[in-house]
Design a protein around this ligand. Structure first.
Ligand SMILES: C[S@@+](CC[C@H](N)C(=O)[O-])C[C@H]1O[C@@H](n2cnc3c(N)ncnc32)[C@H](O)[C@@H]1O
Length: 214
């Protein structure tokens, strides 16, 4: 599930030393022969919960005074581009991936600085959620994208969706690229893009505009 960490832009960023990512196996922080990390919930109910001891031991062994401990979970703060940008300012982040029915509540109370949800649905575990967070944060780090401006203009960066983009050919199956983009007039192109971004956002995501006004 963590294969994307070695591929494409994230893999390259790691090789270039722009970000360091370490995977930690919680079973390394258990003390029984089977490496038990889960147990039945008090009070009954379906499924298993992650035990507090291995999580506390692991985080306590790994964290520094600068670490931010982030728990993944459906009840957390909804992950968005602003949170991704905020996380780029952290020097060390520990992401906790829950499994089974989730984690013992004391992990929230005693270990977690921030709980993050990647959306209103339930995943089987926190691995993919962690991957989403790592991906969105890494691409915002200086030097990671080929050209640093690549993330400056895109969706959510100014509280707007991105304007429509086209590449060659100028004519394809009866659909043509808007004339203004072929004009070479940079001021007109910039104004067209701004208008398009505003119109698209108003039509598809009016909630973003009201957030921007507040
Ligand atoms: C099956 S879920 C647990 C769901 C929990 N029983 C509940 O109802 O809220 C197991 C783990 O997947 C991860 N997870 C599931 N959905 C998530 C989401 N929307 N955002 C972030 N992490 C999620 C969390 O790490 C969670 O501990």
């Amino acid at each position: 599930m963590f294969a994307p960490l070695s591929e494409s832009i994230i893999g390259r960023a790691r090789k270039q030393g722009l970000i360091e990512i370490n995977l930690v196996n919680l079973r390394d922080y258990t003390h029984d022969r089977r490496g038990t990390v889960d147990d039945v919930p008090y009070g009954g109910g379906p499924g298993m919960l992650m035990k507090p001891e291995p999580l506390f031991e692991a985080v306590e062994a790994l964290r520094t005074p600068e670490s931010l401990v982030v728990l993944t979970g459906p009840r957390g703060k909804r992950f968005d581009q602003t949170t991704a940008r905020d996380l780029t300012r952290q020097s060390h982040i520990i992401l906790i991936c829950g499994h089974y029915e989730g984690v013992d509540e004391r992990v929230r109370e005693g270990l977690t600085d921030l709980e993050v949800s990647i959306g209103d649905y339930v995943l089987t575990n926190g691995n993919l959620a962690a991957m989403v967070i790592v991906d969105a944060v890494t691409r915002l780090l200086p030097g990671v994208l080929g050209c640093d401006e690549s993330s400056a203009d895109e969706s959510f960066s100014a509280g707007l969706l991105e304007y429509p983009q086209y590449t060659r050919p100028a004519e394809f199956r009866g659909m043509s690229v808007p004339e203004v983009l072929l004009s070479g007039n940079h001021a007109e192109i910039a104004a067209w893009r701004k208008r398009q971004a505003q119109e698209l956002t108003r039509r598809l995501r009016p909630d973003l505009l009201s957030e921007k006004e507040n």
